[in-house]
Design a binder for this molecule. Structure first.
Ligand SMILES: Nc1ncnc2c1ncn2[C@@H]1O[C@H](COP(=O)(O)OP(=O)(O)OP(=O)(O)O)[C@@H](O)[C@H]1O
Length: 242
């Protein structure tokens, strides 16, 4: 497998706080990698730097060899990075179909009119919302909002999908559905970096895990091995909320 995402010596400083401290890791093409760590360990800050929401203090981020660090979010999106957020960010007054069509209009090669409509319907089918296009986004259940958010991220035809706690807040039945949906993306060859606190999902989905603690990378390897690592267990035990 060839390397798609390459993060080298990444740092982010907020005043006196080193939120991300010299972190390096890679994600290969077609792989699902978990980015783990107790609350406040710097995971979302890493995701924010990959997507361009925050500029790194130092270090580099490359996608397929192309440097992303320092570019604004829309340019990074056009180079193939899409993300979901911890809290769903949809357009509640629009229909489900319109929400996806809007995302198609903002991608690197925008789609319009009938082409956009047909691609949006295809994406809705892919996330399990077939035929639900005319419904108002505000009326969707939580899992369906999550599905729609995923369709909006996939509208960009990303090379790398960043899922920031996409599965959080789901009940056990919905969680199973969510895990299956991410598995179906993996079967289509999607490369995913996933921040997640639900270990059941991490074990089911991720071949590899990278663990952070207090801004520093403390483990990186096959998921089962990493989760059994005493340093990882100790980091989580030190965090009552995890
Ligand atoms: N914009 C910001 N300004 C100042 N400090 C920040 C900012 N964003 C994050 N931090 C701090 O950086 C540290 C890492 O936060 P981050 O949100 O990346 O952690 P996390 O691992 O994603 O946590 P969680 O699992 O709770 O989402 C925390 O101490 C946080 O308070």
């Amino acid at each position: 497998m060839s390397t798609l995402l390459e993060i080298q010596n990444l740092c982010k400083q907020f005043g006196g706080l080193k939120a991300v401290n010299d972190v390096s890791f890679t994600v290969a093409e077609g792989e699902i990698v978990a980015l783990l760590g107790p609350n406040g360990s710097g995971k979302t800050t890493v995701i924010n730097m990959i997507s361009g929401a925050l500029p790194p203090t130092s270090g580099s981020i490359r996608l397929g060899g192309v440097v992303l660090s320092g570019l604004p979010p829309h340019k990074i999106a056009h180079k193939g990075v899409a993300r979901t957020f911890q809290l769903v960010r949809a357009l509640p007054s629009l229909t489900v179909l319109e929400n996806v069509i809007t995302a198609l209009a903002f991608r690197g090669k925008p789609l319009w009119g009938a082409q956009a409509r047909s691609r949006a319907e295809e994406l809705l089918q892919q996330v399990g919302l077939e035929g639900r296009g005319p419904e108002h986004a505000a009326d969707l259940t939580y899992i369906d909002q999550k599905r729609m958010e995923l369709a909006r991220a996939l509208a960009a035809d990303p090379r790398l999908l960043l899922l920031d706690e996409w599965l959080s807040g789901l009940n056990p039945t919905e969680l199973r559905v969510g895990i299956d949906l991410i598995m179906s993306l993996r079967e289509r060859g999607m490369t995913i970096l996933l921040v997640e606190h639900i270990m059941e999902a991490v074990r089911a989905l991720c071949s590899r895990a990278v663990v952070m603690n207090a801004g520093t990378k403390i483990a990186d390897g096959p998921t089962a091995q990493v989760l059994a690592d005493p340093a990882v267990v100790a980091a989580y035990l030190g965090d009552e909320d995890a």
